[in-house]
Design a protein around this ligand. Structure first.
Ligand code: 0A1
Ligand code: ZN
Length: 880
């Protein structure tokens, strides 16, 4: 339990700290059963605080620490001269400037929360964001306290030959008893959450980057020796990111060395510690044999994300944790644009919008809904959400859209110049954008303060006699916890109008600048606005919210014919894909309500046209051929009926597969040729499309296709193809138990020594509609390769199961009970992971009554447990 009475913290209560810490000297003495940490802090009164003469007491944060000694200006303080309470150390202050020396003993070996200093596979590593540094020493563990850090790491030379911390190495040497040390100095002021330390027996790959001003930077990626051959892609990605940030944002790297360390036990994807990024090994390591295309692209994106934080997060950091989206939303926008530049821009947009609409919209409609800048929290770890990250990115993207690329760049230049070395706020970011561009973002600020997904409802009317086309856009936003009524948002709505031939019409309407353009972004601010477009010879068809120009839902009464028309003619690849999705949703929803009906033939034909379209880019074609996912169907349903969704989607997939079997097979064959593996966009597009075809072939009513699946599985020369075949074998329409068993065993035998591939071996089974029963998942938890202390394994197995609509929701509540048991058990070990895996239960209100009551019951059982962590406590209490 982090807090006896979990306390809510409010943004409105923010106060600057009473003291600053100008310098922080840390010495870590690492041993096998404990570590001694000596912190020497130069403290200074914050002159802006009016203290009326007496100096305020100093209140330092600290958790799970043994205080060994405490000195103030060289004098030891006795235990009656300070107070230790849960989470704090309070001491009186006598001078406005003073030095503290604090020695603490910690036990990294016993730290299962993976916050602070802990051990993973025999190496020491740290994770300090958001509030993990307080598990290392007593400190002002808040992001607005920025200090210059020096770190000396001392450990056994034999066990831990590599000793790393932030900044540049300035000293090293040998000590008695086979111990050695390295001292690191980071010249840039930073908050404690960016501190990092690593000690281990690691190898590294090394490369160099010459910055735009001609400085040489050493680049190193560290990992255990058996994985050293899997670092090349991350290194290439790092160099591309460094170059891109110079070219697109004018941002240069600032230290002599940049390091990445891969660790197996990590709560999140990666962490941007200054000069020493620590990564979940699943987000760094790749080889063609062990990583899929998706993993290659994820690695590229995450390496870039963490690197970009060096400016958007580290040089300019956050004043307080309510401002988290200041660094995360902006950095996700930066990495998304980087990925778009490196790969297929259209597909990147489709994938990001799809994730947002499926998962973030669900968050916005659930009990934990919050604005991208939350107003309160109990546990900040619960706010590393899709809302803060992905919706935050969309909000930055809208600023980019409203300002245009050039003004946006002026805005970021101004922001970095104004706030370099500071802890800033979202308001500072918006203000810099306004000041640089002259665009008024007053109303736009509502995106920062209001939760919920706005809905734009579009209606239209055509007047044949005048040729006028009236388009009305109305906006509203549903109530969210604590926010009953919303102010209208400032929404950029991308628009084009298609004529009967599918050509884009010039947009001539009053109030629209640059008349004559065929594409426009309307700047919507009112609750309802009408535009009258002149000179339309017939009723146009609107292409709305092009390129997903805002994180909103669009309601427009498209007929199926309209959607088929847009699929064919729209020039916006996002909207072409979206038309396809809408048609898919209509067809599947119809079957959810009436399962005995035939599959909509119009949909089947439309998919046939997509398969046959010779003009369509392979990457976009692959996306268009993917039916809406079960999760996205659930998000869009009024009431979620899990089994009906699974059955309806399967029926539609089978109908498409049967109707177009020849074309699908021809396309599959055309794309199945031998080539060396390259994670390049064109190759990835071909493999993706080929494997989408394979998925349909596995859904055909043709037992012979098993042969093809087995062949692709056996002959695959890369993980993308092997993994795709494995998934198809496991869930094929005509399953062959023996084949399933054989490929699962083969996959295990091939990759059992690769922890990251094994994660997937667990996930493929627990998420399978065929295999993933509660019993199977329980059995897998006992498997020798399952490590219950590994967040990756837990996410793979339990996360896979909670995504499994067939078995998680339909076991008479056994799935929910299983999850509740895991959450209760895990909460003692790793609260962050516990609170994340329980999220699916929090959506209980949306499910059909049979499921909903049982989900609620499972939540109530968790709530009744004493001493819940703040993480689980907050989620369970807000969702009941
Ligand atoms: N700042 C990191 C994400 C991160 C957040 C919290 C963590 O531990 C609780 C770890 C990583 C990023 O955005 O990549
Ligand atoms: Zn980030």
């Amino acid at each position: 339990m982090k807090d006896a009475q979990p306390r809510t913290i409010y943004l409105k209560d923010y106060q600057a700290p009473d003291y600053w810490i100008d310098t922080t000297h840390l010495t870590f003495d690492l041993y096998e059963d404990h570590a001694l940490v000596t912190a020497v802090l130069q403290m200074r009164l914050n002159d802006d605080i009016g203290c009326g003469g007496a100096l305020p007491a100093l209140v330092l944060h600290g958790e799970e620490l043994d205080l060994v000694s405490l000195h103030r200006d060289g004098e030891e303080l006795e235990s009656d001269q300070f107070q230790l309470a849960k989470g704090t150390l309070t001491l009186p202050v006598e001078q406005p400037r003073f030095q503290l020396q604090i020695v603490t003993r910690i036990r990294p070996q016993e730290n299962t929360s993976l916050e602070g200093l802990y051990k993973s596979n025999g190496m020491f590593c740290t994770q300090c964001e958001a509030e993990g540094f307080r598990k290392i020493t007593y400190y002002l563990d808040r992001p607005d306290v920025m200090s210059v850090f020096t770190t000396k790491v001392i450990a056994s030379q034999a066990r831990y030959p590599v000793l790393l911390a932030n900044g540049n190495a300035i000293d090293q040497g040998e000590l008695e008893n086979d111990r050695h040390y390295v001292t690191w100095e980071d010249p840039f002021k930073k908050p404690s959450y960016l501190f990092a330390l690593v000690a281990g027996d690691l190898e590294c790959v090394e490369d160099h980057f010459t910055t735009m001003s001609g400085r040489d930077v050493t680049l190193r990626i560290f990992t255990e020796s058996h994985n050293i051959h899997k670092c090349d892609h991350a290194m290439v990605s790092l160099k591309k990111s460094m170059k891109w940030d110079e070219e697109v944002y004018g941002r240069e790297y600032d230290l002599d060395i940049f390091m990445i360390v891969a660790v197996d036990h990590f709560n999140m994807g990666a962490m941007e510690n200054k000069g020493l990024n620590i990564f979940n090994s699943s987000c760094v390591l790749a080889s063609p044999e062990t990583a899929t295309d998706a993993t290659y692209q994820r690695i590229e994106a995450i390496v870039a994300h963490e690197y970009f934080h060096n400016w958007s997060g580290n040089r300019v950091t956050c004043r307080d944790w309510f401002q988290l989206s200041l660094k995360e939303g902006f950095t996700v926008f930066r990495d998304a644009e980087f990925s778009a530049d490196m790969n297929s821009r259209g597909v990147k947009r489709i994938q990001d919008a799809s994730l947002l609409r499926t998962a973030q919209f669900a968050e916005d409609a659930g009990p934990m809904a919050h604005p991208i800048r939350p107003e309160s929290f109990i546990e900040i770890s619960n706010f590393y959400t899709l809302t803060v990250y992905e919706k935050g990115c969309e909000v930055v993207r809208m600023i980019h859209t409203l300002l245009g690329a050039d003004q946006f760049r002026k805005g970021t230049d101004l922001y970095f110049e104004r706030h370099d070395g500071e802890a800033a706020t979202c308001e500072d970011f918006v203000k810099a954008m306004e000041d640089a561009s002259g665009v008024d973002l007053t109303q736009f600020r509502n995106w920062y303060s209001q939760a919920g997904t706005p809905v734009i409802t579009v209606t239209d009317r055509y007047e044949a006699d005048t040729g006028d086309y009236h388009l009305t856009i109305a906006q509203s936003c549903p109530a969210t916890p604590g926010q009953e009524h919303k102010q209208p948002f400032h929404i950029p709505v991308g628009l084009a109008l298609l004529d009967e031939q599918g050509e884009l019409l010039p947009l001539n309407a009053e109030g629209i600048h640059a008349e004559g353009d065929k594409e426009k972004v309307l700047s919507i601010k009112q609750t309802e606005e009408t535009f009258v477009f002149k000179g339309c010879k017939s009723k146009p068809l609107p292409s709305l919210l092009r390129n997903f120009s805002a994180p909103v839902r669009v309601r427009y009464d498209y007929s199926k014919d309209d959607l088929v028309f847009l699929m064919k003619h729209d020039t916006d690849s996002f909207n072409r894909w979206d038309a396809c999705q809408r048609l898919g949703v209509m067809a599947i929803e119809q079957l959810v309500e009436q399962s005995e009906q035939a599959v909509d033939p119009q949909l089947v034909d439309a998919f046939g046209a997509v398969i046959a379209d010779p003009e369509l880019d392979f990457a976009v074609k692959a996306e268009m051929l993917c039916l809406p996912s079960e999760a996205s169907l659930a998000e869009q349903a009024e009431v979620i009926k899990p089994l009906a969704i699974v059955a309806a989607r399967k029926k539609v997939k089978q109908a498409i597969a049967e109707a177009h079997s020849e074309a699908l097979l021809a396309l599959y064959n055309e794309l199945s040729y031998e080539r060396d593996y390259r994670p390049e966009a064109t190759d990835i597009a071909e493999r993706t499309l080929k494997n989408v075809c394979l998925g349909y072939l596995a859904a055909e009513d043709d037992a012979e296709c098993l042969q093809r699946l087995a062949e692709q599985y056996n002959d695959a020369s890369n993980m993308t193809d092997r993994r795709a075949a494995l998934g198809c074998v496991v869930d094929a329409r005509h399953r062959d138990e023996r084949l399933v068993e054989r490929v699962l065993t083969d996959f295990y035998d091939r990759y059992k020594d690769d922890a990251n591939v094994m994660d997937d071996w667990f996930a493929v089974q627990s998420s399978s509609a065929e295999l993933g029963t509660v019993e199977k998942v329980k059995a897998l938890m006992q498997h020798d390769s399952f490590d219950p202390t590994s967040p990756n394994k837990l996410r793979a197995l339990i996360g896979g199961f909670t995504r499994n609509m067939t078995h998680f929701h339909t076991a008479g509540g056994a799935g929910y009970e299983f999850l509740a048991d895991r959450v209760i058990e895990l909460d003692k070990q790793n609260p962050q992971v516990a609170s994340r895996v329980m999220m699916p239960l929090t959506r209980w209100k949306k499910f059909e009554p049979a499921a909903s009551g049982l989900m609620k019951k499972a939540l109530q059982r968790i709530k009744a447990v004493h001493d819940l962590s703040t993480d689980v406590y907050e989620v369970v209490n807000k969702s009941l």
